[in-house]
Design a binder for this molecule. Structure first.
Ligand SMILES: Cc1ncc(COP(=O)(O)O)c(C=O)c1O
Length: 343
């Protein structure tokens, strides 16, 4: 059986030997009592990396986003986000189910909206019969738009607008590390425009489990309470926190390699008349393309039969995500399979 090349997501990465060693050797304690030295160190290190007063280790990116939104809002409040945001499409309706809040969607270009688009959506505080606008949410990089990077000047302008209207800003920075290595802008600089941030350890960074949320001390104290209330208080969590710490210390700078792989694949796909791809949107480790001759399902099936796993993106789009467990040689094999299926 030939090797399967899995480009469905960067979440499929498996912990390396060195990461497993760090997990094996991790000192542990009861984290619900705040006695797990490794989790405490991960939270200290992550807070420093993100330039925030405090951080909290949570089991997943969804829980990270949802805890942040819950802490920043009251039931009946509204969060403004992009129409393809992860919190809208892929978090099981949790803003409504867990926090009693609604989302107001902005149509961005490649996942990016401007302050001019947001301002008219902010509801007047005098309008007691409307939801209260409370948070502006930005996803960077933007998954469903194909890993696009929100320009820092745009983020700064949206943050200024939010301040003017007394709104909070939340960053879904599941892949903020990818944006950072591509632009050279530090995670702390990105995070500085937000009241709360949620960042994944279990995607391109290769940890098996976990996300970090960060903000000021009061915010994190409240988040700690919500995490426990939602069943996310974990005990000897150092075993997995060690993987997260290893990931933050060793696996950020190598992400540029994944971006190179995505660009190689995108350029290759662009040479076929049978697919359409927006090369300008391929900025990090995700690429989206839409087939013109065969259906998405047909291509996914034929690729799978040939040993290449891809996933469904937005309607009509196929998604490929590069990561540390696919080599440049694997990309060459993937190209051959794609040529056979779409060529
Ligand atoms: C942008 C974004 N936010 C949040 C998440 C949720 O992360 P998790 O799968 O760890 O819950 C993902 C997962 O793919 C994502 O792409």
């Amino acid at each position: 059986m030939n090797k399967i090349i899995d480009l469905r997501s960067d979440t499929v990465t498996k912990p390396s030997k060195a990461m497993r060693k760090a997990m094996y050797e991790a000192e542990v304690g009861d984290d619900v009592y705040k006695e797990d030295p490794t989790a405490n160190e991960l939270e200290r290190y992550a807070a420093e990396l993100l330039g925030k007063e405090a951080a909290l280790f949570v089991p997943s990116g969804v829980m990270g986003n949802q805890i942040c939104l819950n802490v920043l809002t009251q039931p009946g409040d509204e969060v403004i986000c992009e129409k393809d945001a992860h919190i809208f499409h892929y978090e099981s309706g949790s803003p409504a189910a867990l926090s009693g809040i609604q989302l107001n969607l902005v149509e961005g270009k490649r996942g990016i909206f401007t302050p001019e688009q947001v301002e008219p959506l902010i509801r007047p505080t005098s309008a007691y019969y409307m939801a209260r606008t409370k948070v502006i949410e930005i996803e960077n990089t933007h998954n469903r738009a194909g890993g696009t990077i929100n320009p820092i000047e745009n983020i700064e302008a949206i943050s200024k607008l939010a301040k003017r209207y007394n709104l909070f800003c939340h960053l879904d920075g599941a892949r903020i590390w990818n944006a950072s290595v591509e632009t050279g802008i530090t995670p702390a600089k990105y995070a500085s425009y937000f009241d709360s941030v949620s960042c994944c350890l279990s995607k391109g960074l290769g940890a098996p489990i976990g996300s970090i949320i960060a903000g000021n001390k009061d915010f994190i104290n409240e988040a700690y309470r919500v995490r426990k209330a939602w069943g996310g208080g974990m005990r000897q969590v150092g075993i997995i926190a060690a993987a997260g710490l290893y990931a933050l210390k060793n696996n950020i700078s190598r992400l540029t390699e994944d971006h190179e792989k995505a660009k190689l694949l995108a350029k290759f796909l662009n040479s076929f008349d049978s697919v359409s791809i927006d090369l300008d949107s391929v900025q990090t480790n995700i690429l989206m393309f839409s087939p013109k001759k065969k259906s998405v399902e047909q291509i996914l099936t034929e690729c799978r039969e040939n040993g290449l796993l891809l996933s469904q993106g937005a309607v009509g789009f196929i998604r490929a995500v590069t990561h540390m467990d696919v080599s440049f040689e694997d990309i060459e094999i993937a190209k051959k399979i794609l040529e056979k299926v779409i060529g």
